[in-house]
Ligand binder design. Structure first.
Ligand SMILES: [Zn+2]
Length: 174
């Protein structure tokens, strides 16, 4: 893959092996559609899902990440930009992307819902009641921390220990 300006706007579609990698790419700000989210169950056969993934990658100009060499061959033939990822572990997978010269941002950014890939926006002061009613939000942090909410699924985010751990792990890639 050519290293070029604007890699931070690169968009991905990932196969079913990459649920965790999809989550991480979203935390890093990348628009990442995961195969299992794309297929609502209407596509049953693996070959059909592969075809759907390749077609979706073309229509949306997304880079297809896959562990399936057969899919790489078939999709590349159709003009899809594909990257074959061979490792199991997410940090190793990110390293593979870097080796492909994908100029990855390696800092978590509050842009995207790691669950559903939609945008997240800052929670307003007037919405603090909503935060207090959300079971997984520590009430002691409301009013002190900055929170974000997913515009689609409503998931709440903040820069807690989860992000610090991720940042720590990402530092080892730099
Ligand atoms: Zn969401």
């Amino acid at each position: 893959m050519e290293k070029e300006e604007g890699d931070e706007t690169i968009r991905f579609v990932t196969d079913r092996m990459f649920g965790k990698l999809s989550t991480w790419l979203r935390v890093l700000g990348y628009d990442t559609v995961y195969a299992a989210d794309l297929n609502d169950g209407s596509v049953q056969a693996v070959e059909d899902e592969d075809k759907a993934l390749a077609a979706f990658a073309i229509v949306e100009s997304r880079v297809l990440l896959t562990r399936d060499k057969g899919l790489v061959a078939a999709a590349t033939k159709k003009g899809v930009q594909c990257l074959y990822i061979k490792t199991d572990e997410v940090m190793e997978q990110l390293k593979e992307l870097l080796r492909y010269n994908v100029n990855l941002n390696l800092e978590p950014v509050p842009l995207r819902c790691s669950v559903c890939n939609a945008s997240i926006r800052p929670v307003e002061e007037s919405e603090e009641d909503m935060l207090k009613e959300t079971s997984y939000v520590p009430t002691s942090m409301v009013g002190k921390w900055e929170f974000w909410i997913c515009v689609r699924c409503g998931r709440i985010y903040w820069e807690g220990s989860h992000w610090r751990n991720m940042r720590e792990m990402l530092r080892q890639l730099q």
